[in-house]
Design a protein around this ligand. Structure first.
Ligand code: FES
Ligand code: FES
Length: 189
């Protein structure tokens, strides 16, 4: 039994402690916003926040996560209104979208440390790979997210109102999540 906190909920995983966190999140907790790209720690699609650090969840086991606090893209904001999410929408960053949750999680960790990062700090923090090539818009969106956090930007881009539509709440996400929800009733014998 491995115990830690996922999106502010205590979770117990009855899985092999060597199971990569990515698969516990996706398969046991149904938190499929965290993506599988390479499985080798290279692409960053699986990035989550563990105790304030951007971590590639394919590279850490649930055993090593014991007692820690994990935040996934589903709980970054209850309404997809985190400044990074607003900025990505305003700057129309996403193409196929597959890499975006990992990019957003890495960017949110960076901006928590500094809301006015230099290009060098952005490049050092966001080493994620995008097969669609969003890179030209990525730095700009992260800088916009910083401005939103500093109150210098409305989050409205050329696309118009950037306010994203209401998203799934952690409560809604947990409804179908066995590891996060109430224990299922046991069948009567
Ligand atoms: S799936 Fe984890 S880094 Fe690519
Ligand atoms: S938007 Fe398609 S992989 Fe990045």
């Amino acid at each position: 039994m491995t115990r830690f906190t996922v999106n502010d909920r205590p979770v117990q995983y009855r899985m092999d402690p060597d199971t990569p966190l990515l698969w516990a999140l996706r398969d046991a907790s149904n938190l499929t916003g965290t993506k599988y790209g390479c499985g080798t720690g290279d692409c960053g699609a699986c990035t989550v926040d563990i105790d304030g650090e951007a971590v590639r969840s394919c590279q850490v086991t649930i055993g090593k996560t014991e007692g820690r606090f994990v935040t996934t893209i589903e709980a970054l904001s209850p309404d997809r209104g985190h400044p990074v999410q607003q900025a990505f929408a305003a700057d129309n960053v996403s193409q196929c979208g597959y890499c975006i949750p990992g990019m957003i999680m890495a960017a949110s960790v960076l901006l928590r440390r500094t809301n006015d990062p230099s290009d060098g700090e952005i490049d050092a923090a966001i080493t994620n790979i995008c097969r669609c090539g969003i890179y030209p818009r990525l730095r700009g969106a992260i800088r916009r997210a910083g401005r939103i956090m500093r109150g210098e930007d409305t989050g409205i881009g050329e696309q118009g109102a950037a306010a994203p539509p209401p998203g799934i709440t952690p409560e809604e996400a947990a409804r179908t999540v066995p590891a996060l929800g109430r224990p299922a009733p046991q069948p009567k014998r």
